[in-house]
Design a protein around this ligand. Sequence first.
Ligand SMILES: C[S@@+](CC[C@H](N)C(=O)[O-])C[C@H]1O[C@@H](n2cnc3c(N)ncnc32)[C@H](O)[C@@H]1O
Length: 217
Amino acid sequence: MGTPLTARVRLKLNRITRGFSADEREWRRIWPLLDSIEGWLTAAEAKWLFDAARSLPTGAIIVEIGSFKGRSTCCLAAGCRGNGKRIFAVDTFDGGSDLPRANSFPDFSENVERCGFSSCIEPVIGLSTEVAKTWNKPIHLLFIDGSHFYEEVLGDFNGFFPHVVRGGIVAFHDVAETKPGVFRAWNQNFKNQLTAIGHCESLGYGRKPGSNGESVQ
Ligand SMILES: C[S@@+](CC[C@H](N)C(=O)[O-])C[C@H]1O[C@@H](n2cnc3c(N)ncnc32)[C@H](O)[C@@H]1O
C-alpha cells in the first residue's frame, strides 16, 4: 500500500524546509500570527524588519515611532526573541495628524500580549518630539512610521537621530510618491545623512555613518 497523501505532503514539506535557515523557518512559523495584526506593512517589509532586528547585537535598543496596533512592533519583536533586545514603541495612539481620531492602544496591547512579546516591548505614550526631548538611551535601530507630514517626519528624525549609535540602522516606512512628505524628506534630507542606503518596497533604510553598530554602548 502507498504512503497516505498527508504523510507524503509532510515529507515533501520537510524536505523543502530543511533547506531554510533557522531564522527563515522561525519567520515562516510566526508570520501568519503577525499578519493577523491590522496595519499597512507588506509581507516583504515585515520580513525586512524581522531580519534587521535579528541582525542587532544582544542588548540592542530599538525605537519605533508610530506603532498603531502593533503590526510593525511585533515584527521587530519577533526578530528580538531571547536576546535581551528591547523595543520602545513611541505613539500617541490617537491616530496623530493623518489618521482618523481613534484610540489604538487597547488593540496594540492585546496584539502584543497575544503574540507573546510583552516582555520586550515598552509602549511610550506621547508625541514623538516631546519624547525625543528627554530621550537618553543609545539606539541601534530607529524605525520611523509616525506622521507622514514633511515637517513632522523631519522632527522625528532630528529628535532621535543624535541618539543612534554609529553604524546603527535607520528605516522609514512610506518612502513613496503617494506620501509626498516622507518622500521629500527622504530624498532631500535623510538619505544624504546615511550610508549603505537601500529600499525594500516602500521602506527606505540606511546606516548612520561610522563603525558597523555591533557594539552596545
Ligand atoms: C501609519 S501608523 C503606524 C503603523 C504601524 N507602524 C504598523 O505597522 O501598523 C502611524 C501611527 O503614528 C502615530 N503618530 C502620528 N504622529 C505621531 C506623533 N507626532 N507622535 C507620536 N505618534 C504619532 C499615530 O497615532 C499612528 O498610530
